[in-house]
Design a protein around this ligand. Sequence first.
Ligand SMILES: [Zn+2]
Length: 540
Amino acid sequence: MRIALYGGSFNPLHLGHLSIAAYVLSKGLADEFSFLLNPHNPHKSRAELEDPQKRLSALREIVQEINIARRGAAGGPDAAGAPDAAGGAGGAGGAGRDLLSVNDVEFYLPEPLYTFETLEYLSARHRENEYLLVIGADNAAKIERWYKWRELVAKYKVLVYPRKGFDAEQICREYGLTYLPAPLVDISSTMIRKEPNKQEFIDYYLNRDYFCKVFDNIKIMVSYKELGLVNTREMFAKAVKGGYAIPAFNFNNMEQMQAIIQACVETKSPVILQVSAGARKYANQTILRYMAQGAVEYAKELGCNIPIVLHLDHGDSFELCKSCIEMGFSSVMIDGSHLSYEDNVALTKKVVDYAHQYDVTVEGELGVLAGVEDDVKAEHHTYTRPEEVEDFVKKTGVDSLAISIGTSHGAYKFKPGQKPEIRLDILHEIEKRIPGFPIVLHGSSSVPQDIVAEINKYGGALKDSIGIPENQLREAAKSAVCKINIDSDGRLAMTAAVRKVFVEHPEEFDPRKYLGPAREKLKELYIHKVLNVLGSNDKA
Ligand SMILES: [Zn+2]
């Protein structure tokens, strides 16, 4: 969405306007901001400036510089591309696109110049924008005196920023306006008019260093589309139809990411790169985001542009999901399975409502899996109740649903003597209730016994770890199960490889000499999973 802010002829108020743009962009309320200026505004005397044209080009220069600095920081491929100063439709999602633009809109409306009519005029002629009206609380307090104020409020979003001596929040409640708790530059034309040395005052604030600082200090939302990632929607639809499942492999470091991408490129499989809250803490979310972006580029370099999703595993709060979406995740899981049914519905819906604004897909969960996975723990299974799924999906709007049918987290899924079995009957009952709806299986490692034996042979002490038989998972993948999470098996494979190196080469101390073989072993495992468990090969 591209938002326009009309500023009449250029006046010092644009200092505030820049802050507003920074705030609106940082909150993800818009992904582009256009300043519409009318340099030939006959009412320019209000701005009390000697040379509005000069001011306009100064603003243009600053905006240009901010865009170039941001493009440089983002490192987009067209970092040197020309800015869209002509006020075109604005390319959504392209890397390196400009966040800000300054556009001339020359028009003349007779006095008295009403805000409502100005907005009507602009929105009829420049339809590519959405229009915001941003006003101080002092002006909002007397909005009832504005020309056609009811129509104005009904038709345009009015944002109110704080002003000393006014209760902006109360005013917003009263008139149905939107409170904007923006850290605005507290400067107004009134202030400037009172200033004895106007020009000096303006020169001081209209300073590129000052604005570059304002924009540097805000976190601009990163869209996953800019990183080259995709959401799960199309991927899942194809998987359900095609009778296979997409691998969701967890990663925390570079070797894991490389193994995942190498395996999926070689088998031409779409893939979900999965990050748990624990991984986010361990690796740092900024690094993970750049690694996911790196994964996209790496896959291309390896010769196959496979669809890649960056997914949050077991998000436990709205705030965490929101933060991931702002950081470039294309899919999030909100796990409200430990809550009451009603609370799970409410939390999941809240995340879905937010995520869908940015075309990010959401996985919900019904039923509780036993086992331990990072911070997610449960003693016993609570199987998903098929009679709840239809209502849950309808009320929340989720894009996929994790269910509990006997899979469990961790390497100790079953005790010796227990027959590992997933309840395919519950799965089939769920499928009947929500035909074709994407289902997700967590805790679906198989704990390969040869790998466990290797770990124990080289000094490990893994006791009685048993997983889900791969043939049962393959069976599930043929149904509406379209995402299978595999984490523990990867951990086991890496551990086996590292232990082997340490036992066979105790003199080794170069991390590449043990992480390298660990990466190889992991890649082998993932290729095996894609070909024999998920069936997602050649589906990229
Ligand atoms: Zn899980």
